[in-house]
Ligand binder design. Sequence first.
Ligand code: PGA
Length: 254
Amino acid sequence: MKPIIIANWKMNPKSEAEALKIFEAVKKGMGNFKNVEVVICSPFLWLPGIIKSALPKDNIAFGAENCFFEKEGAFTGEIAAPMVKTVGCQYVILGHSERRNYFKETDEMINKKIRAALSENLKAIFCIGETTEEKREGKTDLVLENQIKEGLSGLLQEQIKNIVIAYEPVWAIGTGVACRPEEAEKAALYIKKTLGEIFGLSEKEDIPVLYGGSVKSANVADFIFKAKMDGVLVGGASLDPEEFLKIVEKAAGN
Ligand code: PGA
């Protein structure tokens, strides 16, 4: 499996011109790296512009940072999964801790969103992870297991193939303090075991588990090669094209 490197631009940058500038720089530098799958997740507003400026040879996929679970209708301010698909995305991030925290998204809502995304043939980047307090109380495994069970409830084995899990300990997001590679590896093994048990997966039907939380060029190799994560989800560092390209380069083993 090629490492998957996902950029999560969050609510940045301020203008389409800036978004295009970042994207152009990433595109230019991407030519050298074939051994990785790169996904750019941007605010909805910038997606049409950056997707239009991309060429198939750029080897870059796109994702939204959220979507609603209903297909259409009177839901002011929301964006539906079919819209995300129509604009040209292959992925959508769901269950991010910032959405759970600021927008009070529950596991049940996230489950509905995942189902909506999968029914449009989008790949769902499903974020899970424990808070500082849950970690202190030794509840990491329990939290991960519950988030998986509830978030993926009712899905069929074949649908699971369109899920990418992002293990993002909440305490490591945007703090500059990344998780230790051994901790990420332990969590990924537990996640894979749990998925295997619930969905009856064989070892070959491996679901990618990425790490996210303060990833930068200085630590990405530890996550990919030491902790054997299937990729990384990069927030802050993905807005600096030079740094992001360094992350891609290291993940590609260059
Ligand atoms: P960060 O964010 O890299 O800025 O810590 C990661 C994320 O929230 O996906």
